[in-house]
Design a protein around this ligand. Structure first.
Ligand code: NAD
Length: 490
């Protein structure tokens, strides 16, 4: 790696069986704000993935990791301390590689996710792993039954590019707290940020060799090995719904436990009694957060038909206030998209939306240099059109008019996705009633923030299976074993 070699403590190496190592082949990773090469990352092969899996299997089967809760809690706290100590260097790397605005790294891109480690350390300490099911009488004997929670085993964790620190820790922290061992695969676009964890784990924690293995690769071969290998017990994946489908099918042959956090096309509903100016500001800034590259961002704005034009004007004014530019600048609210390819995809979808009859109110164009795309507003959008149905993963908000509350609920639910949603109303109880009718895993009422280490996060429908974070996110990494003994005759 050659990102800021003078200052970075991170070496850009893989972690396999406790060793920091590299590969013959490397590949370039780009700074999306400039389009220039930031550094080079190891390009792991299928054989490297197999070595990592063997190490994780050995660590799970032959060491005390799965049973020594005290050791696990200590290691989680050590990793937290190491991340805290190297926070500023990791911040700079995250800004440079993911294009995340500095202000976002003070929230969900870096600072907030560190809390996942302390949250799961505490949960592992206090969690009741045994449930006493009492006695029963069967065939003339009395039986004592109980159930114990055990770690799920060897976990393959596969990451997307958009929130590398949050997503790595949302998988690693609960998996390790539960007693699993892990092979973590970085996203091809953000390898160095994820590999920073390898340096911190190897250099600053007592995590035994093989318990955490971290690899990066430019292609999908390593991911395919991770999802099909018989020594992997569980796959935890975050990424697109298309890849999620492939992973679910691939994992089927060996009947792995599969946890999926996938795409979204979430709706923000502005009810007719809402503070339109406030809701419009929320809508504008939300879609520009990390340039729209957030799975749970609300990308459809549903507005009362009678107020469509007025709200569109307010949102357009809000978008003008979003400061777009160098993500390293503390005042920047929106940085670039991750790649030229992603920008082309976004631009193509906007062009097709306009051809299909949507009105382009703002944006709709690339900004050079780097992979920036202007905050984009499309009005009068047909709820069934491509731009209203498919995930864009860019700063593109579509406005859809509705006739009444039932109609708004129908449009919000008119999606194969079910990740998140938002509603604005002067009447909080009315807003909550509407939120209950939408088939999604999370919901924000009047700007409420549900995103935190202790809150379960995930999707209905094709947005995924299972929950990340919170107690539910811990239990995903546990198996349940039932026991019974004979205690006497009836
Ligand atoms: P992606 O699906 O293209 O890739 C994600 C990861 O899967 C990468 O590491 C990639 O190398 C790997 N992969 C690709 N094909 C594979 C295969 N056949 N087998 C195994 N692994 C394979 O996603 P992306 O473009 O990196 O991220 C954007 C997507 O992620 C969006 O759809 C977004 O909604 C979703 N996302 C969802 C959540 C959530 O929590 N629901 C969070 C963040 C991102």
């Amino acid at each position: 790696m050659n990102a800021s070699p003078a200052t970075t403590p991170f070496t850009g190496r893989l972690l396999i069986d406790g060793e920091l190592t590299t590969t013959k082949a490397t590949y370039p990773t780009l700074n999306p704000a400039t389009g220039e090469v930031l550094g080079h990352a190891p390009d792991a092969t299928a054989a490297d993935a197999e070595t990592a899996i063997a190490a994780a299997r050995r660590a799970f089967d032959t060491t005390a990791w799965a049973t020594d809760t005290e050791l696990r809690v200590r290691c989680l706290r050590q990793l937290h301390a190491a991340l805290d100590e190297h926070r500023e260097q990791l911040r700079d790397l995250t800004i440079a590689e993911a294009g995340a605005p500095r202000m976002l790294t003070h929230g969900p891109q870096l600072d907030e996710p560190l809390g996942l480690l302390t949250y799961y350390a505490r949960l592992a300490e206090t969690y009741t792993f045994t449930e006493d099911l009492g006695e029963s009488e069967q065939r003339g004997q009395r039986h004592h039954r109980w159930a114990e929670k055990e770690p799920a085993g060897v976990v393959a964790a596969i990451l997307p590019y958009n929130f590398p620190n949050q997503l790595a820790l949302a998988k690693l922290a609960p998996a390790l707290a539960a007693g699993c061992t892990v092979v973590l695969k970085a996203a091809p676009e953000t390898p160095l940020t994820t590999l920073a964890l390898a340096d911190l784990i190897a250099g600053h924690t007592d995590i035994p060799p093989g318990v955490v293995n971290i690899i990066s690769s430019s292609g999908v071969e390593t991911g395919k090995v991770l999802t099909t290998h018989r020594d992997i017990d569980m796959v935890t994946f975050t990424g697109s719904t298309a890849t999620g489908r492939r992973i679910m099918a691939a994992a089927g042959d060996t009947v792995k436990k599969v946890f999926l956090e996938l795409g979204g096309k979430s709706a923000m509903i502005v009810l007719d009694d809402a503070d339109f100016a406030r809701a419009a500001m929320f809508a504008a800034f939300t879609i520009c957060s990390h340039s729209g590259q957030g799975c749970a961002l609300t990308s459809r704005l549903l507005v009362p038909r009678a107020h469509h034009d007025a709200i569109v004007n307010l949102v357009a004014a809000g978008m003008e206030r979003v400061r777009v530019g160098d993500p390293a600048d503390p005042k920047t609210a929106m940085g670039p998209l991750i790649s030229a390819r992603q920008r082309e995809k976004v631009d193509g979808m906007v062009r097709r939306a306009v051809e299909a009859g949507a009105t382009l109110v703002a944006g709709g164009k690339p900004i050079d240099p780097g992979f920036f795309y202007a905050p984009t507003l499309l009005a009068g959008v047909d709820e069934d059109s491509e731009i209203a149905q498919d995930e864009v993963f860019g700063p593109v908000l579509v406005v859809i008019p509705y006739d009444d509350e039932d109609h708004a609920v129908r449009i919000a639910n008119n999606s194969v996705y079910g990740l998140s949603g938002a509603v604005h109303s002067a009447d909080e109880q009315r807003a909550i009633r509407v939120a209950r009718r939408i088939r999604t895993g999370t919901f924000s009422i009047n700007g409420g923030n549900y995103f935190a280490p202790d809150v379960p996060f995930g999707g209905y429908k094709q947005s995924g299976i299972g929950r990340e974070s919170g107690r539910a996110g811990f239990e995903e990494f546990l198996e349940t074993k039932a026991f019974a003994t004979v205690v006497g005759t009836a």
